[in-house]
Design a protein around this ligand. Structure first.
Ligand SMILES: Nc1ncnc2c1ncn2[C@@H]1O[C@H](COP(=O)(O)OP(=O)(O)OP(=O)(O)O)[C@@H](O)[C@H]1O
Ligand SMILES: CC(C)(CO)[C@@H](O)C(=O)[O-]
Ligand code: BAL
Length: 283
């Protein structure tokens, strides 16, 4: 696996690489990330072959001033070993100074989708994501890029951005990988205390129940109340937001008539965890 520590090295490798699929990450890798690498490989194989590039960059512009940039988990040595083992062809590991150079003035913002839901809890977050993903796309010039459905709104933002700006990259959505007890894999899970870790599967339990209710024809307020009841019964869980939106475009709904996405943001100690589930109404 070729390790490229700056833009020049990445561009030089890209020149002879042929078809490329990119897996953008912030590192501290787990099996969820490796399922993105596998999806990228499958897509390339279906096209007749190519190379997988993973990027690891803890992007400062997507963190708010009181968020966890300083404590975000980092584990470069282990990440490199995991990616080698997963058959990744190249790793892009740039520094902050290489990505954000003095005097830069341009940002990318998907105006509507970025300001709702997580965008309200984390103002500026999706502007940072869209800007860095655009830069990664321009540096690596991938044919496709894989993103996890766990970050459901992020995936929607990237899809909209690619459509709006005619970016020639195919977006590959990847289902959420979970631990045996249902907890969605996340780099931030390693910052949970043992008690918080034991409490966190309440999110997937609540989503299972809500999905079942939607499938049986329950209404919006009943599903919302049940989510609040289940998560609220866990003393270590602090609800930041619970939303039920149209799964197609994240718009608000009054009735559950089409597939919906249930979006949870819940704090355990210092750690904000998110999870989601698409649920299909009866019939
Ligand atoms: N459990 C998972 N299953 C599938 N994809 C995932 C999973 N967790 C993260 N991803 C995807 O991996 C990519 C990189 O995510 P990131 O590096 O932020 O990891 P993370 O585990 O989501 O970290 P965080 O703790 O910040 O939420 C994103 O596209 C994200 O949606
Ligand atoms: C897409 C991404 C790598 C941009 O920094 C990040 O938001 C992430 O890891 O999901
Ligand atoms: N996976 C989302 C990146 C973030 O929380 O900043």
């Amino acid at each position: 696996m070729q390790i490229c520590r700056d833009r020049q090295a990445m561009r030089a490798w890209r020149q002879g690489a042929g078809r490329v699929a990119l897996v953008p990450t912030m590192g501290a890798l787990h099996d969820g990330h490796l399922s993105l690498v596998a999806r990228a490989r499958d897509w390339l194989d279906a096209q007749g072959g190519g190379r997988v590039v993973t990027s690891i960059f803890v992007n400062p512009t997507q963190f708010g001033p009181n968020e966890d940039l300083a404590t975000y988990p980092r584990d470069e040595e282990n990440d490199i070993a995991l990616l080698r083992n997963a058959g990744c062809d190249a790793l892009f590991l740039p520094t902050v100074a290489d990505i954000y150079r003095p005097g830069a003035q341009t940002v990318v913002e998907v105006a509507g989708l970025s300001r709702m839901l997580m965008g309200r809890l984390r103002p500026g977050h999706f502007r940072g994501v869209a800007t860095v993903v655009t830069k990664l796309f321009n540096i690596v010039q991938p044919d496709a890029a894989a993103f996890g459905e766990k970050d459901f709104q992020q995936l929607a933002v990237i899809r909209q951005m690619v459509r709006d700006l005619d970016i020639p990259v195919e977006i590959l959505p990847v289902p959420t990988m979970r631990e045996a007890d249902g907890l969605a894999m996340s780099s931030r899970n390693r910052r949970l205390s043992p008690a918080e870790r034991a409490a966190a599967p309440v999110l997937s339990r609540a989503l299972d129940r809500a999905e079942g209710m939607v499938g049986q024809g329950a209404g919006l307020s009943a599903v919302r109340a049940e989510l609040r009841r289940i998560i609220g019964a866990e003393p270590l869980a602090h609800i930041r937001s619970i939303d039920i939106r149209d799964a197609a475009d994240l718009s608000r709904i009054a009735l559950i008539q089409r597939p919906v996405v249930i979006l949870l943001a819940v704090r355990f100690g210092e750690v904000l965890l998110i999870d989601q589930r698409v649920a299909h109404p009866k019939g």
